[in-house]
Design a protein around this ligand. Sequence first.
Ligand code: ADP
Length: 460
Amino acid sequence: MFNKIFIVNRGEIAVRVIRACKELGIRSAVVYSEADRFSLHVRHADESYALKGNTPKETYLNYPLILQTAKDIGADAIHPGYGFLSENEEFITSIENSGITFIGPSSTSVRMMGSKTAARQLMKRNGVPIVPGTTEPIQNIVDGKKTAAEIGYPVILKASLGGGGKGMKSVFTESEFDEAFLSAQREAIKAFGDDAVYIEKLIINPKHVEVQIIGDKHGNYVHLFERECSIQRRHQKIIEEAPSSFVDSAIRERLTMSAIDAAKACNYYNAGTIEFLMDADKNFFFLEMNTRLQVEHPVTELITCIDLVKEQISVAAGNVLSFTQGDVKLKGHAIECRVYAEDPVNNFLPSTGTVTFHRIPSGPGIRVDEGIDTGADISTFYDPLLTKISAISVNRKDAIMKMNHALSQYLIGGLQTNIPLLKWILEQETFLSGNYPINFIDNEFLAKEPAKLLQTRKDD
Ligand code: ADP
C-alpha cells in the first residue's frame, strides 16, 4: 500500500479522498490556491502545499509544478479527483514516467476514450451500441449536409474532442445546418484547439443513464449498477439516483454487460463510468466514457455498500479487486442533490461571498459530502459546487422524503443556493414518476416562470 497520497484537487472531492486515506492509514497531502487557504480540504489534510495565484491555470491545472511538488514531498501516489487534471493524458503520462502511481487508468486508456470519434469507432468494433451517426469528423459543409440528410434530422453536431457541453449544436432542419456547423467548429477550436466536428442523430427526450465499473490491473472487471442522471441544466447534472427506476432487470443485464465490454475494449483499470443515452423504447447508446471518479459516485456507494475511493486506491497499488460481481448487491435506492452557490431564479447567477453560517443535515440514511464550512470564501474562480447531500432508503419514495427533509435542514448563511430548486424538483409529478427526460428543467422550469414556481419555497 502507499505511504503518502497527493490529492491534486479541492472542495468536496478532496475532502472525500482525504477521508479514504485516513481510513486506510495513509498520509494525505493537498495543494491549495490563495483563495483556498482556509478551505476545508486544507484543514483536513495531513500536509498542504500552497500554489501561487487563483486561476485554475496557475494552480490546480499547473501540472509541471504539481508533479515537481509530488516528487519533492515524497508522495508515492497521486489522486486527481474529478475535473482539473483527472483526464489529462499528458499529465498522466508524466506521472507514469516519474515512477509515482496515478490513482486512475493508464494514459493509454485515457487517450483511447479522449476523442469522441475514436471512442465511437472502438465501441462499434466491440459491439457496444453507439448513437447513430458518423465515427469520423465531417470534412466540409457539403459532405456534412449530405450525411445529416442520410441520418435524418434532427441531428446534433459535436466536437470530436468535446467535453462540458462545448462545441455541441442541435440542428432541426437543413436550413440551420451551415450556421450550426460553423459555430460548432468555432467553439471546438476555442475550447479544444481542434475544429473536428462529427454528427449524431439527436435522440428526442432521452434519459441519461450511466454505469459505474471498476477494474484491477489483473484483468478483473465488475460493474456497480447504473445511475440515473437526467436532471440536468445545460448538460450539468444536478440530481442523480441509483438505481434508475426506468431500467428493468432485463435492460440492466444488457446495459451493464455493454459497460464492461466498453471498459475491456480500452484495457481499462481503476474506476470509470460509461455514459449512455436511453430513448423512450429503452434502447441505449454509448455516449462517452469518463475515465475517473464521478461527482455522483456516492449514490453507487450507498446502494452497494462499497467504498469506491478506497477500492480505487487498492487497485492502483496493484491489489486484486476486493470483491467479485457476485458480491455486488443492490441494497435500496439512493438520491444525490448537488448544492450549488447560485440563484436559480436569477438565471443561475453565481453567488459569491463568505459562508457566515453552516449547519449540515443528519439522520439515518443521510450522507453529506461537504466542501465548505463557516468562514469559507466562495469565489468565481472555481465550480460553484458546495456540498452533495445524499439519501438512501429501502425504496425510492422514502429516499425522496428523506432528501426533502435533509434539504430543509441544510442551512447556509451568506450565500444564495439552488436548494429551493432542488426541493421543487423533488415534488414534481414527472420527477416522482421516475420517468423524466434530460430536458425536464428546460421544459418544466426554465420555459415557465422560475421566480413564481419557487415563490412558495421562499419561507423554507
Ligand atoms: P460532453 O462531453 O460535452 O458533456 P456528451 O456527449 O457527454 O457531451 O453529451 C452531454 C449531454 O448532451 C448528454 O447528457 C445529453 O443531455 C446531451 N446529448 C448528447 N448527445 C445527444 C444526442 N445524440 N441526442 C440527444 N441529446 C444528446
